[in-house]
Design a protein around this ligand. Sequence first.
Ligand SMILES: Cc1ncc(COP(=O)(O)O)c(C=O)c1O
Length: 239
Amino acid sequence: MDVARIRNDFPVLSKEIGGKLPIYFDSACQTLRPKQVVGAIDEYYESFPACAGRSVHKMATEVSLRCDQVRARVADFLGAETPTEIAFLKNTTEGLNTVIFGSSLRKGDEVVTTDYEHNSLHVPVVQAANSLGIRQKIVHSSTDDTFDLELYEQNMSKRVKLVAMCLTSNVTGYTLPAREVVDIAHSYGAKVLFDAAQTAPSQKIDVSDIGVDYLACSAHKMCGPSGVGIFFVRSDLSE
Ligand SMILES: Cc1ncc(COP(=O)(O)O)c(C=O)c1O
């Protein structure tokens, strides 16, 4: 690995702000942005600062085409069947809220989570419990901090409408057995939402292979711009 060449891609590493930044270890929160990303953002503001999918002039057409291209690339990156399964939101948090408050959960429905959720998922589930009357069931991890599939299945019933879980923990880095979790949820008729904020930057995800219904992650944890969330929703559920 050519570290010097990689460092060169990140303008902030050569800046003197109270001394040079020798190293950066906070990428799980937010990565640094390489000059290619900063340049692409500058290019937008300098060359075609228009709205995608609305106006029909030259600049807007350029933005629309680029949005279509990036949607297709993100679909490929996540293994989605079609680019129309990808929407861009503000961040992971907005994707999680969209499902928790947008999938017609009603009083008495159950939502199953883990005991290591990030606040982005835990808080909206608690809010939905208070405002909609749903019930949150928490699957406790095994003593070695791995996911307890047996305990998970004991929490499942036909009352569970949504399994909403952190795919990769921001605390331990552990990734739960996605396919098994989805298969068990589907066998009870429940939908599955994965918080993939820490998975997408660190490992391959194939949403079609896993069979997950909804998945959310953020560009700012993958060298991308702030304010761009990636939201996957299976075609038959997007309405
Ligand atoms: C596991 C996990 N989920 C969700 C989030 C929230 O991401 P965002 O702030 O991009 O919505 C984070 C951010 O640290 C995270 O680590």
